[in-house]
Design a protein around this ligand. Sequence first.
Ligand SMILES: [Zn+2]
Length: 492
Amino acid sequence: MGFKRTIFTGLLFIIVQIGFSQDSLNVKKELDLVWDNYTFFQEETIKNRFIKHADVVQLIQKHINSGLFFNEEIGKSVRGRSINHISFGRGKTKVLLWSQMHGDESTATMALFDLFNFLSGNDEFDPLRRLIRNNLELHFVPMLNPDGAQEWKRRNDLEIDINRDARLLVSPEGRALMEIAKRIEPEIAFNLHDQSTLYAAGRTDKTATISFLAPAYNYPKDMSESRKRATQLILTMNDALQMKVPGNIAKYDDAFDPRCFGDTFQAMGISTILIESGGFRGDSEKQFIRKLNFYALLTALESIAQKSYVSQSLAKYDAIPENSRSLYDLLIRNVSITKEGIAFRTNLGINFAQIKGPDFASMTYNGRVEEIGDMELNFGHQEIEASNFSLSPGKVKFLLKAEWDSLSRDAEFELLKEGYLYVKCTDNQTLTGALSGRILHLTNQDESPVQAAKIGQQAQFVLFQESKPRYAIIKGFVVDLSKELQDLSFPE
Ligand SMILES: [Zn+2]
């Protein structure tokens, strides 16, 4: 009874908050409810991060049809793809948000379309929407670099890094951004990027899932009114995000670089905020980070609309940890290695190289040894404590081609458990390397083709516990040999 009553009182409280009190919206509760109901707003046609210009154009059209958004073409990319400016709202405060000026950084583009869905909704969140629409004039440029997105690459098709082109404006994409900023004269701007998943929040094992920066506008990195507002907004978003991913927020290096748009806009008096989406364990496709972006942006827009961010104390900015590039995809600690006849214990840092798939619409990964040595101050997304293990390059099994062809997956796994990583077909030596659907790799050599633990080489070896293989590392992926085959997945 007491429990039911608590729920009822709670519901009533929420209804009262949403229904009657726009001025005193219980903001935190309201935004938490949006967070809980995110799937209603998540743009369902965007299923992964490899979104292309054609997808963006189609989605913009959907929102134009709603009558709440307006669209104009503000330029064309090098390859002639449209650069679109979408506006929303009729308020006094102008805000400019652009995403994906680096073509392979799409997390915020996905989040912007989730935000459009939220803004054009019609439900119990209408007071929040009205607040934004009546107080803000929003200007969006999603996917500023559509040619880069098409091939999943950072630069545009002139090989120019658009975010180093704010002064020379050689790129048509950079020119379009500068022109729209000069025409609109926004008070506040958001520069939306992705950063490496290997950044930690300070010297911790926590990934820097979101990193913020209020860019400097001069070399001494002075504080101006414009930069102060940007910092206060960052603190507001940080407060909100810390509740969702405690310890995963960092601040980006604030060295002044006048070639960057953020620094240049800050110098023009536009309060500019850089948001970098990094990594979060178990979210390689960045769909959870997309939700965090959506939530951070909505939090910021609400706070701009109510001007509530101005109460933030700048001193709090010091407490946000620095972005630190100190993570590895896989860290093997205290493993015994023998090289040049010398046995020693050390640490191995392994990172995945990203290999673009067909049509630049997917990704595969290949782990390489990045560092050998003291990694006491580093952490891994995945770690193996290998004090009891020694590293071996993996053996070569000699088979006839027919034997290899008819080898069952179970039999292949049994060979792996005996420490074999390679097969050499003695009567047929054409193919080498990994084959789709197979566990072992083919080789033409009698010895393991990969020298164990060499910097820059594929991370491919076996960890022995005494004389028994315990883990196989295949292309940087860890295979626990104490488990059953059906409980494992192998990289293709
Ligand atoms: Zn970037």
